[in-house]
Design a protein. Structure first.
Ligand code: ARG
Ligand code: ZN
Length: 849
């Protein structure tokens, strides 16, 4: 049970802990419901601290014994930890506690998944394992002995001893407790090997449950590529003799970078062509890289406190994005990231959950593992790199690793290495870390006497707790095209530092067409009143692949908004533009598929709301359907040829080239099935020899109102494979019509395989409901009610996953009064649930505002 009145923690209140930890020895005697954890910790007074209170965090622990320097003591124990009298000199703390991993459904601390013991300690889970100063600025070496009758016993660092029923691990690198990990179970190793740049051999292993052996090869290769890339690009070498990855079925997040022992949600590591889509492969490669890159950006250099989370997460997301760009296609990756940022981060940044990349307060830190901290945090690194240049970025990073290795750092430390390297004052740049909200940049143009003047204005709307915003430094990459489509000014980065600023371009023969915010050079909303014709021009001629795509996207959005607002017919500029794109064989197929994409219905709702209209989810859905149908008809002559051109004869490879071809093929199949009712899709389904093809075909069939037989055979074929069954669940909800979504969802929650305590399965159904825009926003509120029912049910079992999913309600104030009332009622019902977790309480109260 948690304390009644939640406490708020503030960045400004940071003080160092009164003691340093020199070493930690842990012994685990594993038992499902009574695991004993014996700790022996060497403390000494911290010369840099003034407060000498000896408080150790601890939750859900049964204290059996505590001793200082061998003498048993009786500490003062509360629900959140203990305090004790300790000497003003170095001393040894010993404790024995008992914990119950078998009943730990929150999946935080030590818990069990399919008979296997595993841990998740970030952010504050270690306190559920033993009493400890569970804060990232307390770093120590760890030695861990595991006693247990299981074949595989793993912890951090290097193996240092092993016998029947026990194993010992020693991690020589000082680390905070959130990086602690332990795994014990009946696991099978998929081995690998890597030789580092200085010639050291590292034994790699990917540990999985029996039956998953065939899904390891791709992850192992991704790991080796990541290790090599970090050496080549950042000069970072791995620092232990072993590197272990474990796949776990019950996991709240994607994965975790525990030192030398990464733990992964099985959906984020297991892959095979038969069971995984191209998107799965790309995501897995990126997450493996992400967790591996944390070894330097996160583990060797960690965070002083949890307010600095973006120090490791923003930088590591940026690094994994660079990796993906290098392994695959840089423009495609940039477009994916912009789509993702707009879909997940913009709604957060422009609603009641808005918070700075470095928050200043929180009640539950788990609620701040957000798109803002991660993805906007990564955008800040990208802007910094663009502002200082590649060479200075490299020097600054070298200095960062050099200066701060082994430390727990702050954003101030991070920015200082850039200031020291470049001599540049980053005071204004720092506002990106402290101001929440998405800046809007408006463009106006002037052309007179051969001078083209571009005037940029920036403003950021008020966000919770921040009514006044100051101008930020915004790198705006701009290029100019002449009226005949030639580029007359190559990309140049304008630094917008004022609220309003003009930039002049001289020596031009005619008024140019400006391509602004190339490569999505800043995470802002660009307001540029282009005509359809200008957008079509940029779609045809822009040399910047991102902005060429953006032109098509904006054209689609404008078209849809006109259809929604004025019942307009789909415009010719859009339809002809798509025809040209599809015809252009010089364009990368992946890129052509992206060009055919549409803004999400939720993005359209946001755009309507921002232009002062009340979005009607049903009208949005209808407009999207109408535009899709019109597009299919407009390009129909091309479809058969494109279908055959996108067939792949070569054996399956999950690389960018084949994936791009399949993506285009999938789009073409979708348009085709709108015209033939699914005849082609049924053929494709029957012929499918990989999951991407199979799932795409099934999705086309379901969207065409067909495919019930295939849906059943898909289930029968894959019912033994939990990751594929997750897809089967999610697909039915995501392809349901607005009228049917809630009923389909409800029926699936009755299915025998709907194991709602498994986060992947829960999300496959319940998140899919929240993401089916028109279905979720059914006018009678049944979608809201169903979601709330399940959140209330899950909360006592797994607060973290429940709290995350509350964000489905974050946009509630965009909608009409009836829907607002219905959503508010459900939020209130959740808030008033007795014993609601701190996690969910904080989320719901922030959303209600
Ligand atoms: N550090 C992990 C990662 O980004 C995520 C862990 C999140 N854990 C949590 N309790 N929110 O790779
Ligand atoms: Zn991370």
């Amino acid at each position: 049970m948690r304390d009644a009145a939640p406490t708020t923690i503030y960045l400004k209140d940071y003080t160092p802990f009164g003691y340093l930890v020199d070493s930690v020895h842990l012994t685990f005697d594993l038992a499902d419901h009574a695991t004993r954890v014996t700790s022996r910790i060497a403390f000494r007074p911290n010369p840099d601290a003034t407060d000498r209170t000896f408080f150790l965090h601890g939750e859900d622990l049964t204290l059996i014994r505590a001793a200082i320097d061998g003498a048993e003591i009786t500490p003062d124990v509360t629900e959140t930890g203990l305090t004790a009298e300790v000497p003003n000199a170095p001393f040894i703390w010993e404790a024995i506690v008992e914990i119950d991993p078998g009943n730990n459904t929150a999946l935080e601390g030590l818990y069990m998944s399919n008979g296997m013991y595993c841990t998740q300690c970030e952010a504050e889970g270690f306190r559920k394992i033993t009493y400890y100063p569970d804060r990232p600025d307390v770093m120590s070496t760890f030695t861990v002995r595991i006693n247990g009758d299981l074949p595989v016993l793993l912890s951090n660092g290097n193996p240092s001893g092993k016998g029947k029923g026990w194993a010992e691990w020693t991690d020589p690198w000082p680390k905070p407790a959130y990086l602690f990990a332990l795994v014990a179970g009946d696991l099978i190793a998929h081995p690998g090997q890597f030789t580092t740049m200085s010639g050291r051999d590292v034994a790699l292993n990917l540990w999985v449950r029996p039956g998953d052996e065939e899904k390891c090869a791709f992850g192992m290769e991704a790991l080796k590529k990541s290790m090599k890339w970090d050496e080549d690009v950042y000069g970072r070498e791995y620092d232990l003799d072993v590197f272990n990855i474990v796949a776990v079925d019950d996991f709240n997040m994607g994965a975790m970078e525990n030192k030398g022992l990464n733990i992964f949600n099985s959906s984020a590591v297991l892959a095979s062509p038969e069971t995984s889509t191209d998107d799965n492969f790309e995501r897995i490669e990126a997450i493996i890289a992400h967790e591996y890159f944390h070894n330097w950006t996160g583990n060797r250099i960690t965070c002083r406190d949890w307010f600095q989370l973006c120090l490791k997460e923003g930088l590591t997301v940026f690094r994994d994005a660079e990796f993906t760009s290098d392994m695959r296609s840089a423009p495609v990756k940039r477009i994916h990231d912009a789509i993702d940022l707009r879909a997940r981060q913009f709604p957060e940044d422009n609603g009641p959950l808005s918070h700075p990349v470095r928050p200043e307060s929180f009640q539950e830190i788990n609620n701040f593992y957000t798109a803002t901290v991660y993805e906007k945090g990564a955008e800040l690194i990208g802007m910094l790199k663009r502002l200082v240049g590649d060479e200075a970025y490299k020097q600054a990073l070298d200095l960062y690793f050099d200066r701060h290795d082994g430390q727990a750092c702050t954003i101030e430390d991070w920015l200082k290495v850039f200031e020291d390297t470049t001599g540049r004052d980053l005071t204004q740049f720092k506002r990106w870390y402290s101001q929440s909200g998405t800046p809007r940049v408006t463009v106006s143009e002037d052309w007179a006497d051969g001078v083209y003047t571009l005037t940029l204005k920036q403003r950021t709307d008020p966000t919770p707790g921040q009514s006044e915003k100051l101008p930020q430094v915004i790198p705006v990459a701009v290029g100019l095209l002449s009226p005949n489509g030639d580029e007359v000014r190559p990309t140049e980065v304008l630094e917008l530092t004022e609220a309003e600023q003009s930039f002049e371009f001289t020596g031009l023969a005619a008024k140019p067409v400006a391509s602004i915010l190339r490569d999505f050079s800043a995470p802002v909303i660009l307001e540029h009143d282009h005509t359809d014709a200008e957008r079509a021009f940029l779609l045809a001629h822009d040399t910047d692949p991102f902005n060429r795509w953006q032109a098509g996207r904006s054209l689609a959005q404008d078209t849809l908004l006109r259809m929604i607002k004025h019942d307009a017919a789909p415009g010719a500029d859009y339809l002809d533009g798509m025809l040209t794109v599809l015809r252009d064989r010089d364009l990368d197929p992946a890129y052509r598929a992206l060009m055919l994409g549409l803004p999400t219905q939720s993005e359209l709702a946001a755009a309507l709301f921002e232009s002062g209209e009340t979005p009607d989810p049903m009208a949005i859905w209808t407009a999207v359907e109408t535009l899709r149908q019109a597009t299919a008809q407009h390009v129909q002559d091309l479809l058969p040829r494109l279908l055959s051109e996108t067939q792949i004869d070569a054996p399956f490879r999950p690389d960018a080239e084949q994936a791009g071809k399949r993506a285009l093929g999938g789009t073409v199949l979708y348009l085709t099935s709108r015209l033939d009712g699914g005849i082609k899709a049924a053929e494709e389904y029957a012929a499918a020899d990989n999951m991407t093809r199979q799932l795409t075909a099934l999705s086309c069939l379901l969207r065409a109102g067909a495919g019930q037989a295939e849906l059943t055979s898909f289930y029968n074929q894959w019912q033994h494979d939990r990751l594929v069954v997750d897809k089967w669940f999610a697909l039915q909800v995501s392809t349901a019509t607005p009228e049917a979504t809630v009923d389909v969802t409800r029926a699936l929650t009755q299915h025998a395989d709907f194991n709602w305590k498994n986060p992947n399965r829960f999300r496959s159904v319940i998140s899919a409901l929240a993401m089916n825009h028109a279905g979720f926003h059914r006018p009678d509120g049944a979608g809201y009610e169903l979601l709330a029912d399940w959140l209330i049910r899950l909360d006592p079992v797994n607060p973290q996953t429940t709290a995350r999913m509350c964000s489905a309600f974050q946009t509630w104030k965009r909608y009409d009064a009836e829907r607002q009332g219905l959503m508010q009622a459900q939020l209130t019902r959740i808030a008033e649930t007795p014993n609601l977790s701190r996690d969910t309480t904080e989320m719901v109260s922030r959303i209600l505002g």
